[in-house]
Every structure is written in structure tokens, then in C-alpha cells.
Design a protein around this ligand. Structure first.
Ligand code: ATP
Ligand code: MG
Length: 452
């Protein structure tokens, strides 16, 4: 058996640009027609112009795993200028890492020139800060992160060129770093996050040697620019396996560097339930190809921190609504340093939070105003999440479920009658006792809960 395997490998061992193994279609099974026409056009035209051109990276890996790739990257020996000349509809982007975007309607193919690993500029911790030297195909394979990410697929010949045993690793469901893991993490600490994300998303097991240094090197994430962490965070949250990713992040000790709040969130059982429900819901939507809002997901991720901060302020005697706004500002400011959440998501996140107390007001004109708020739907969904986690009365969420679809007569009859000075809600809440998560006072006194 083993001899047969070795025999096979030896038969495959044709040299290809120095050390690569050519794997024919009968071994890997990826037919050219599995790729979309825009990806094929890109490699075909580069090859017709006399260059080498391959589909690379995640797309080859995903096809081998029988998953739909989300984007198609191409690697070539043509320089960015040469690529740009081949494709009229293309543009050169990036300064530190120059590459070409080739445009086909809504689709973009990223074409990058084979990169060398030789003269990358590093900082004192070994992190690569500039890397723009071209190299051979073999160099390009070597500077990629995991063996399963370093495969080159040639659609014209339907062959895979494999320099690091990536095809075998896909078959073994093994995620292994190319080269010395600790050094590769020092060069780019984000690779630690990528290891966790790809393993969780693709159902791969992180190889022992690749996993081992992570715990110790996790603090290096602090040196990574916030914007890059944010990008990686988004990829995790929208991987369709966000809950699994987060769990694995925590077990590898990777959340401290850029998501210190995770500890606190997970300590309280209600917090863990809330977060799990939020992320599982997101995962389901991604898998069903439904849209998800980043603002909503971040609102969920940071809500427990807001609640905690809010409760502390109220204990100190601050009034409910100003205390909430201050809590939101503070949580946002702290988060800003760790994970630069772009304004467009940050605004949505804050609006969703600020709407929450308004759901408690169910008398007079206020519920009607809330219905018209542009962020009503997201705010309501968030309320349902809180109710499902037991952080707010389920009855309130149910009330809104009925109210939003009721006719005007029914709506009028649903309104909660209040006595001036003594809200019925207040009595009911006292009777109900405090909920876990310390938020029972979601319902600010009506007169303070003005328009958020
Ligand atoms: P995804 O499914 O999230 O797109 P991916 O592996 O394709 O996963 P990309 O960010 O699209 O991730 O990167 C494309 C390819 O570039 C990778 O497959 C890998 O070969 C290489 N790559 C990306 N990030 C790194 C990194 N930090 N270090 C080394 N190589 C990397
Ligand atoms: Mg990709």
C-alpha cells in the first residue's frame, strides 16, 4: 500500500519551475468548466499573450473541497503593467502590494505578479511591512501561508501545480503552515487569525506544529494596524461559521489582542447565550444567502459591554438615557483603538443600541414614531434577540411583533395606558425582578426616553 503510494507520488514528480509537482485532472477532478467564464478569460488571455497564468489560493482549495469559491485570484509572471496592457478594462491598484483588478461587469479578478520572499522589509518584531519584489512561481508558492493555499491551477491543461503537498493536505483535512510556523506568524501575525478562521470555516484541523506557537505569539496581534484586524474580523463574522470561529479564537487565546471584551461576554452565561444566538442567526443567514448587516453584528458583539457600562453609570446616579449615551460613547472609543470600525457600520450599530429603550415605551404617540424609524427593523430584530436570550421580557418583543402588523384600530387598543407619574410598566417590572445581564432598566422613565 505504502509502496504504491510512493510510486504514485514519484510518478507525479515532474519538475515544474523548480520543485513543483504536476497533478493531473484524473487525480484532483477539477474540470475547467467548474470555473466561471470571467476567471477562464483572465488566464486564457494572459496565456495567449505568452505569460504564465494560474488560478491560485482560496479558489483552488475550495474547489478541491467541493465548496463554491467566493472569489478567483490569478497569479502570473507578467508585471502589473503588462497585465494592464492585456486587459482594457483593468486597473493597477495598491502601492505596497501592487496588483491588477480586471473588471467584468460586477465581477473583479485580482491578478498578482509572482512575488518573491527575499527582500521584504520587516519591523523589529519581524513583521513584514513592505514586499514588492517579484519572484518565480516557486517563490510565490513559498510566501503563501498554508499548504492548501499555495496551489496553482492551470485551466488550459486542467492541472494543479503543487509545491508544498497542499493537495494531500486537503485530502487529509489538514491546515499546515508553509515553512517555520513561529517565524511566519512573526512576519504577519494575522496568519494566526487566518489559521483559526480557515480551520473553522472549512472544517480543517490545524496541524500540531502550526498550532503550537499561537498561544505564545498571540500578543503580536497588538502590532497589527486596526484596519487590517477589522478586515479579518469581518471575514470571520461573515464566514458562515462565526460562532465556531469565535470559540476557537478564545480557545487559542487570540481574542485578547483585538477582542478583549470576549472574556467578559463569555463569563456571564446570559452573555454567552446572547452572543451565540446572534452569531448562529448570522451564520444561518449567510448560508441561506440572505443579506446580513455588519452594523447589526457589531451591535450584538458589543452590546453586553454597553449594558455593563450603562449599569455602572446608573449605579452612580446618572439618569438612564444620558447614561446610555455615555456608555455607548465610551464603548465605542475603547473599541476604536482595537478595531477601527468604519463609520458606516458604527452609525448603524449605535442606532440599534439607542433604539432599545424606546421599545419599552408602549403608550401614546411613541410606538408609532418608532415604527417609522428607518432602523426600526434592525432594532426590532435586536430586541427579539435580547428576548430570546432572556435579557428582556419576551412579552415586550411579542407586543411589537403583533403591533407592527396590526391595523390602526388594533394598534390603538394595544397601547399601554399610563397614569401620569406612575407608569404601569414600572410596577410590572418590579414584580418581574431583575433579568440576567443586569439590564432590567431597559425601560427608562418615559419622560427621559425622548428621540434618540
Ligand atoms: P478566503 O476564502 O477567505 O478568500 P483565501 O485563502 O482565499 O480565503 P485571501 O485573503 O483571499 O484568502 O487570500 C488569497 C491567497 O493569498 C491565500 O489563499 C494565500 O495563498 C495568500 N494569502 C493571503 N493572506 C496571506 C497572508 N497573510 N500570508 C501569506 N499568504 C497569504
Ligand atoms: Mg480568497
Amino acid at each position: 500500500m505504502i509502496r504504491k503510494l510512493i510510486g504514485r507520488v514519484l510518478k507525479l514528480k515532474k519538475h515544474h519551475g523548480g520543485g513543483g509537482i504536476v497533478i493531473p485532472v484524473k487525480r484532483h477532478g477539477i474540470r475547467r468548466d467548474r470555473l466561471p467564464s470571467f476567471a477562464l478569460k483572465t488566464t486564457d488571455r494572459l496565456q495567449e499573450a505568452g505569460f504564465k497564468a494560474f488560478i491560485v489560493g482560496g479558489a483552488v482549495r475550495d474547489l478541491l473541497l467541493d465548496k463554491d469559491p467566493k472569489d478567483f485570484d490569478v497569479a502570473t509572471d507578467a508585471t502589473p503593467e503588462e497585465v494592464h496592457k492585456v486587459f482594457r478594462r483593468s486597473r493597477i491598484i495598491g502601492r505596497r502590494f501592487r496588483l491588477v483588478h480586471v473588471l467584468y461587469g460586477d465581477e473583479t479578478v485580482e491578478v498578482s505578479t509572482f512575488r518573491g520572499s527575499g527582500e521584504a522589509l520587516t519591523d523589529e518584531s519581524g513583521r513584514i511591512i513592505r514586499d514588492n519584489t517579484w519572484g518565480s512561481q516557486e517563490d510565490d508558492a513559498k510566501r503563501r501561508d498554508f499548504t492548501v493555499n499555495a496551489l496553482f491551477y492551470d485551466p488550459a491543461r486542467e492541472e494543479i501545480i503543487d509545491y508544498h503537498g497542499g493537495v494531500a493536505d486537503v485530502q487529509k483535512r489538514r491546515l499546515a503552515m508553509i515553512g517555520a510556523p513561529a517565524q511566519r506568524y512573526r512576519e504577519d501575525p494575522v496568519r494566526m487569525l487566518r489559521a483559526v478562521r480557515l480551520a473553522a470555516k472549512l472544517g480543517l484541523e490545524i496541524d500540531g506544529a502550526t498550532r503550537k506557537p499561537i498561544h505564545e505569539l498571540a500578543p503580536l496581534l497588538q502590532n497589527v494596524p486596526a484596519a487590517r484586524l477589522f478586515d479579518e474580523m469581518l471575514k470571520m463574522l461573515f464566514s458562515g461559521q462565526s460562532w465556531a470561529c469565535l470559540m476557537q479564537l478564545r480557545s487559542e487565546g487570540l481574542h485578547h489582542g483585538f477582542f478583549p471584551l470576549l472574556d467578559k461576554m463569555m463569563k456571564a452565561p446570559s452573555g454567552e447565550t446572547f452572543l451565540r444566538l446572534a452569531l448562529e442567526n448570522t451564520d444561518r443567514r449567510i448560508r441561506e444567502d440572505k443579506p446580513v448587516s455588519a452594523g447589526y453584528v457589531f451591535a450584538a458583539l458589543l452590546w453586553l459591554e454597553v449594558l455593563d457600562n450603562w449599569a455602572r453609570r446608573k449605579d452612580k446616579g446618572e439618569k438612564a438615557m444620558p447614561a446610555l449615551f455615555d456608555a455607548i460613547d465610551e464603548v465605542e472609543a475603547v473599541q476604536e483603538q482595537k478595531l477601527a470600525i468604519p463609520r458606516r457600520y458604527g452609525t448603524a450599530m449605535k442606532e440599534i443600541w439607542m433604539l432599545q429603550p424606546r421599545f419599552e415605551q408602549r403608550s401614546g404617540i411613541k410606538p408609532f414614531r418608532l415604527l417609522e424609524h428607518p432602523r426600526f427593523r434592525a432594532g426590532y430584530d435586536f430586541l427579539c434577540l435580547r428576548a430570546a436570550a432572556g435579557e428582556v421580557d419576551k412579552e415586550i418583543a411579542d407586543w411589537w411583533t403583533t403591533f407592527q402588523d396590526a391595523d390602526s384600530q388594533k394598534r390603538e387598543s394595544m397601547l399601554v395606558r399610563t397614569q401620569p407619574g406612575e407608569g404601569t410598566k414600572k410596577r410590572r417590572r418590579r414584580g418581574g425582578g431583575r433579568r440576567s445581564g443586569g439590564n432590567a432598566e431597559g425601560g427608562a422613565p418615559a419622560e427621559q426616553g425622548g428621540e434618540a
